[in-house]
Design a protein around this ligand. Structure first.
Ligand code: AMP
Length: 405
């Protein structure tokens, strides 16, 4: 079976085409700047043949059409015709309280997703656009939605409810949903494989540190708490998002700065985090360079907030899990930044966490065990692979449906 995995963002579509027999990635790439000047498709074939193509790509449908065209193109493609694509897996950010697992996409499912736009106004509309476009372009090819929220959907109520009037939960579904679920799921399973133990016996903390950052406590395979909340703003400091703040600050700032609700949203999502604190960059590489090479004081503060808060959550989740077997770093920062891994685990020997700095500084962008000899907790760097999880779920669900039919 060949599965096309799509991740549709506001102005981008990322794709990977899998051959599921050996889970081999035949081709991958992305379209950027959809609807803008200078839209471009970057495509990489399995033999590392790369091509970039500029064109006018007015919307998500045009982007997916472009992707399908390159997949079948004589010079750059990997299949002969569209019909070779057996199924499409879509990354969908928000599944609300309804979708606790991946699901075959039907008209009803799309209607439900439409209802959740309120919950994820920045993400779900683009996911739906991608689904609609595929329906137009690939007609009867079965599609599956894999949700970022699903892995967290079985958290206990005391972890997902806020200290607000309970009626607001009932009325508006206000609760912690958590995100990056597919990534936390993947790296926790991979840690289990590396430890060669049963998932049921393991207590794991997974740190997904990319442009967005979240940390999850995984007990016996299930997410029991996670740092992102009703929206992806809560929790750790991120590239441009604030993470945890006193909620009453929002009211104070609305009055002081005479901000609109929209301005406040932009402040919390786009002008805060590493960027807002440092004034240097939202990119961890530039923050670390500014600290180490220029002695930039605000970059130092941003890096300290980032790693201090991460350490605080690691401690909190070790407590809620009642012990810890493994700590996992993933995402662009988690996979590539030994500095962040070192600073956020410094002094955690009393929890059994101790990393070997030689192994730590050798492990960048690849899987690795960076545990020191004396540690009780295994620490791993594990590159995430959300696309593979989406492809596997898609194949499984489509096969089950075909068997039932
Ligand atoms: P992601 O969203 O997972 O693609 O992660 C993107 C982030 O990873 C970037 O914003 C960078 O801050 C970070 N990153 C990538 N490479 C490095 C590196 N070598 N050191 C520190 N941070 C990195």
């Amino acid at each position: 079976m060949k599965v096309l995995v799509l991740n549709c963002g506001s102005s981008s579509v990322k794709y990977q085409l899998f051959n599921m027999e050996d889970r081999f990635v035949l081709a991958k790439g992305q379209v950027d700047r959809i609807g803008m000047k200078g839209a471009v498709l970057s495509h990489t074939r399995h033999d590392d043949h790369k091509v970039k193509m500029a064109g006018e790509i007015i919307d998500h449908q045009a982007a997916i059409e472009y992707i399908l065209a390159i997949l079948i193109s004589e010079n750059h493609g990997v299949i002969e015709e569209r019909e070779e694509i057996d199924a499409v897996g879509h990354r969908v950010v928000h599944g609300g309280e309804k979708f606790k697992d991946s699901v075959l996409i039907t008209r009803d499912v799309v209607d439900n997703l439409q209802e959740f736009i309120d919950l994820a106004p920045l993400h779900n509309p683009h996911n739906i656009k991608g689904i609609r476009a595929c329906h137009q372009l690939l007609a009867d090819v079965p599609m599956v939605a894999v949700f970022d929220t699903a892995f967290h959907s079985n958290m206990p109520d005391y972890a997902y409810l806020y200290g607000l009037p309970y009626i607001l939960y009932k009325r508006y579904s206000i609760r912690r949903y958590g995100f990056h679920g597919t990534s936390h799921y993947y790296v926790s399973r991979r840690a289990r494989d590396l430890m060669e133990q049963d998932m049921e016996d393991l207590k794991i903390i997974t740190c997904h540190l990319g442009n967005g950052c979240s940390i999850t406590a995984v007990d016996g395979g299930a997410s029991i708490d996670t740092s992102m909340g009703f929206t992806p703003v809560e929790g750790l400091l991120m590239g441009t998002r604030s993470g945890d703040i006193d909620p009453a600050l929002v009211l104070h700032l609305l009055a002081k700065e005479e901000l609109s609700v929209g301005d406040m949203n932009t402040l919390l999502n786009k002008h805060s985090g590493l960027q807002g604190v440092s004034g240097v960059s939202n990119d961890m590489r530039e923050i670390i360079d500014a600290v180490e090479e220029e002695g930039n004081e605000r970059a130092r503060i941003a890096l300290d907030i980032f790693t201090y808060r991460l350490k605080k959550y690691i401690g909190a989740y070790t407590a809620t899990l009642g012990g810890l077997d493994a700590l996992v770093f993933t995402g662009g920062i988690g996979e590539n930044s030994p500095e962040v891994r070192e600073r956020s685990t410094e002094g955690l020997g009393h929890l059994g966490i101790e990393i070997d700095q030689e192994k730590n500084y050798e492990t960048m962008g690849v899987e690795g065990d960076i545990t020191s000899e004396d540690a009780r907790v295994n620490t791993y760097v594990i590159p995430t692979n959300e696309e593979l999880v989406i492809a596997i779920d898609t194949e499984k669900i489509v096969k089950e449906e075909t068997e039932l039919a």
